[in-house]
Design a protein around this ligand. Structure first.
Ligand code: ADP
Ligand code: ASP
Ligand code: MG
Length: 466
């Protein structure tokens, strides 16, 4: 049994949905037992969220445009993917779901308020639409299939927008619903990204979370492998949109893949790794548009390819905060106070570095959280600011992290020097540096405007393009 997950680009229009369906049918009719997970059509989740926000702000123009687009895109795809006998039913289902979106937005508009719970109800509609399209397409291509909403499988906590699955009840429900279907030879096509609380409120697992859904189902069903079908040839030495000569990494360890995804390689969602590691399920990343081309296998013990650095990643849209003061020297508890003040705001810290003189602590957060973090710190350190133990708290906005990742970096000296050298020759200033505790990565903070150039320079320095 394998889980096959298709991302948004892979189901971006009717033609692509049929292509994905053929991949599924090929597996189902050649002795395999696929469980399919699917994302919303490319761009749909963004559009839904934008429209819900527009509704809350009474921006009716944008809302109406989005409604019209949702109808036309999904109706167009429905006409393309359905066999003539199924077209009417599929169109009715698609229209009912877009209608549900209209009703939700009307309610948001009346209330003038968008709650996290309301936003999840809206955001879930993309996957609730796409499963129906793909299940119909699979039937058309010749294998029995059924659309399944993961709200009946994945039980989560109520952290709307970033819900966590409760693995035991999820395992029970998933097996109870999917195993009988599989025994009948029906391929389940399950919504990615969504779940529900024990009380039945729809939740979402975080943006890009369909990969996570695939790993959760793989864990619950004890599958042999999880396959992530996307729009690139696996995990590459860098984002090929930034570095055209980037190459596919044939094998990676779970730890390396986790590090890469955490530091910006969008090709796999960071949370995907955990359920897979738990049961040592291999994850394969493959290209829907080049199914016989190179791919990546993520396993516990990959073959060593001899490279010190395997890949370069980057994250944009960040802000670097600094707490500085000569009086901080040797004062215990400053860091604890700092990070608890930030954590209380629900802000997560991506990277930390402390100067050796203990006169300043820097850390990186998402740019949109800058104001909240500054306020929290000024409040928490009010006594120290008044007593001059802390002189200054400030933010440098518009920064990015560039990270070099690879297990081979462990115990090899001079990596940081090589990174600095590569950037120095390009005239790129390094604002801050940190080494991950796993020693699988070194990350640097640079100006956002220079980060793509930095990624290319480091990629070249380590000869990752061959
Ligand atoms: P999907 O919709 O299939 O989930 P995503 O857009 O989430 O696909 O992820 C695939 C994208 O990830 C690629 O198109 C690529 O631009 C980006 N990406 C970033 N870093 C990497 C990397 N190291 N290797 C491959 N792709 C990467
Ligand atoms: N459709 C969701 C998103 O855009 C989940 C996913 O694509 O993985 O975030
Ligand atoms: Mg994705």
């Amino acid at each position: 049994m394998v889980v096959m997950k298709f991302g948004g680009t892979s189901v971006g229009d009717g033609e692509r949905i049929l292509r994905a369906a053929r991949i599924v049918v090929c597996e189902a009719t050649t002795g395999g037992t696929p469980v399919v997970v699917v994302s919303a059509m490319e761009g749909v989740t963004d559009a839904l969220i934008r429209a819900a926000r527009a509704a809350a702000h009474h921006k009716s123009d944008l809302l109406h445009r989005t409604i019209a687009e949702l109808y036309s895109r999904h109706e167009g795809a429905a006409r393309k993917v359905a066999a003539p006998g199924e077209r009417g039913t599929l169109l009715t289902e698609v229209r009912a779901l877009v209608r549900e979106f209209e009703n939700l937005c009307s309610a948001i508009q009346v209330l003038g308020e968008l709650t996290p719970r309301g936003l999840d109800a809206v955001a879930s509609l993309g996957e609730r639409l796409s499963v129906r399209l793909l299940a119909t397409a699979v039937r058309r291509e010749g294998a029995p299939a059924r659309a399944i909403e993961a709200t009946g499988l994945i039980v989560t906590n109520d952290r709307h927008g970033a819900a966590s699955p409760l693995l035991e009840p999820t395992r029970k429900r998933t097996r109870a619903v999917l195993l009988p279907l599989l025994e009948e030879g029906v391929t389940p096509v399950v919504t990615g990204f969504i779940g529900a609380t024990a009380e039945g409120a729809i939740t979402t697992l975080g943006r890009g979370g369909s990969d996570f859904t695939a790993a959760i189902l793989g864990y619950c069903l004890d599958v042999e492998e999880v396959w992530i079908w996307t729009d690139v040839d696996g995990v590459m030495t860098a984002d090929p949109r930034i570095v055209p000569e980037a190459r596919t990494l044939p094998e990676l360890s779970y730890a390396e893949a986790a590090e890469l995804s955490y530091f910006g390689a969008k090709v796999i969602h960071p949370k995907t790794i955990l359920p897979a590691v738990e049961r040592k399920i291999p994850i394969r990343i493959k290209n829907t548009f080049n199914p016989d081309g190179p791919s990546t296998l993520i396993v516990d013990q990959p073959r060593n390819n001899g490279a010190l650095v395997k890949a370069i990643t980057s994250i944009k849209g960040l802000s670097l905060l600094t707490v500085e003061g000569r009086g901080m020297l040797g004062v215990p508890g400053i860091a604890a106070k700092l990070f608890s003040a930030v954590a209380e705001q629900g802000i997560s810290v991506l990277m930390i570095s402390q100067s050796s003189s203990e006169q300043s602590i820097c850390f990186v957060i998402r740019d949109e959280e800058t104001e909240g973090a500054l306020r929290a710190l000024e409040e928490a350190f009010a006594p120290e600011l008044a007593g001059r133990n802390v002189d200054r708290i400030w933010a440098e906005r518009g920064v990015a992290i560039v990270a070099a990742v690879g297990k081979g970096m462990k115990e090899v000296p001079g990596i940081a020097a090589k990174l600095f050298g590569a950037l120095g020759r390009e005239g790129i200033n390094v604002i801050s540096i940190a080494q991950g505790s796993s020693e699988y990565n070194v990350s640097l903070v640079v100006k956002e405007g220079e980060v793509d150039q930095a990624v290319r320079a480091i990629h070249r320095e380590f000869a990752l393009g061959g």
